[in-house]
Design a protein around this ligand. Structure first.
Ligand code: UGA
Length: 409
């Protein structure tokens, strides 16, 4: 492994991945230039304000502040040896939209012609090769595997570093501090590793959600126990077997869709991935129906706990909770929401300031995001029905508990 050397490094696109990548690399002594087209974001960062909630990021950002500068102008990238691209690659009409990524790479090629371009954004196979041909630059596919909510830790201690391309040594050098095994491979393999990983994890979640549906039909069954028993088999593993409202966020839904359509365009069908998407799309109705059976939702006062797409983040993109909220409103429920960090509620919805006031006077409590704070419900001696959409709570702490995949008691 090459020993880490301090370099001038650029990061283009300062969303969740870009900000964490930039901060972690600056904390390792690199001189960091961050670029984004959003002027207000750049101004906030230059005033020392981080616009996202991500555990550990604020502190690391403060410690590394004097090695970081933020701009909207690509010319500031001059002299960078490596520029990471962390721009969004949304799915539009079922297909990946690479326009922001291409524009960003063109900007880098114009203003930092001697650098390596490392693509961290999730892109379909062939993209890094195409960018290399288009710009004449040395391009490396360097996918990231960090999860929001634990992104700093995941970036500092990844399970592996994947580098695809012809000349990858500078990028390897930058990540050498992680001590992670390096997979050095082709552009296309690197790009596929990322997609296949996300698609597999999405399949794992949909698999356990189907098992949860079946467990609900079998008195005495609890999907949590089934998953724990399965997970002890090392060939299966315990992770991503949490049944619930389905997978949300800015990655799995868009990546499964983009990969499935990419495969179809190449004459092959990813029937497992498509089925996982199908199972996921039915979760919200399934949970709303289950709640409706406990308390008819029309006119009911519902306390909906959690709005973020998962715990430890304020990110609402692809939030399953927001989808469930729309469904509850559509069925005529009066909804009060509470989230430990999200402070915005859609029109017509009351946002409680704390957990106790959110559940007070409700006819049913529905837990939609796996925030650890919600475990406080276990000590509240509640008599109102609780529906655990994330299987976070201990059923025996409640007199009227139901949850996804739970058919005991
Ligand atoms: C995901 C991947 O886990 C990362 O490896 C990847 O780098 C990232 O996408 C990306 O492509 O950028 P993320 O979307 O941040 O990370 O969050 P996850 O922890 O994977 O959760 C995704 C969704 O699945 C959440 O809605 C979560 O509640 C749900 N989930 C997760 C379950 O329903 N069950 C589980 O067992 C695990």
């Amino acid at each position: 492994m090459v020993q880490g050397e301090v370099m001038k490094v650029g990061v283009v696109g300062l969303g969740y991945v870009g900000l964490v990548t930039a901060t972690v690399l600056a904390s390792r002594g690199n001189e960091l230039v961050g670029i984004d087209i959003d002027t207000s974001r750049i101004e906030a960062l230059n005033r020392g304000r981080i616009p996202i909630v991500e555990p550990g990021l604020d502190e690391l950002f403060r410690q590394s502040r004097d090695r970081m500068s933020f701009h909207t102008d690509f010319s500031r990238l001059g002299g960078c040896r490596v520029v990471f691209i962390t721009l969004p690659t949304p799915t539009v009409d079922g297909r990946i939209d690479l326009s922001a990524l291409i524009a960003g790479c063109d900007g880098v090629a114009r203003h930092a012609p001697g650098c390596d371009i490392a693509i961290k954004s999730t892109v379909v196979p062939g993209t890094a090769r195409m960018i290399g041909q288009r710009t004449g630059m040395n391009v490396i596919a360097n996918p990231e595997f960090t999860r929001e909510g634990s992104a700093v830790m995941d970036t500092e201690k990844p399970d592996r570093v994947v580098v695809g391309g012809k000349e990858t040594s500078r990028v390897e050098e930058i990540w050498a501090f992680t001590g992670a095994p390096v997979i050095r491979t082709t552009w296309e393999n690197a790009e596929m590793i990322k997609y296949a990983s996300n698609a597999f994890l999405a399949c794992k979640i949909s698999f356990i959600n189907e098992m949860a549906d079946l467990c609900e039909k079998i008195p005495g069954c609890d999907v949590e126990i089934v998953a724990a028993g399965m997970g002890m088999d090392r060939r299966i593993g315990p992770h991503f077997l949490r049944a619930g409202l389905g997978y949300g966020g800015s990655c799995f839904p868009k990546d499964t869709e983009a990969l499935a359509s990419y495969a179809r365009e190449r004459g092959t069908r990813l029937s497992l991935v498509e089925s996982a998407m199908d199972v996921n799309s039915r979760r919200i109705l399934h949970v709303a129906d289950a709640a409706d059976r406990i308390v008819p939702l029309k006119g009911a006062r519902v306390a909906l706990l959690g709005l973020a797409f998962k715990e430890n983040t304020d990110d609402l993109r692809g939030s399953r909770s927001l989808l469930l909220l729309s469904e509850l409103l559509r069925r005529g429920a009066h909804v009060t929401v509470y989230d430990p960090v999200v402070r915005y509620a859609p029109d017509g919805v009351y946002m409680a300031r704390d957990l106790a006031s959110a559940v007070e006077g409700s006819d049913i409590i529905i837990l939609a995001t796996e925030w650890p704070e919600f475990r406080q419900l276990e000590k509240m001696a509640l008599s109102v029905p609780v529906f655990d959409g994330r299987r976070l709570l201990n059923p025996s702490s409640f007199s009227n508990y139901s949850g996804v995949g739970y058919s005991c008691g």
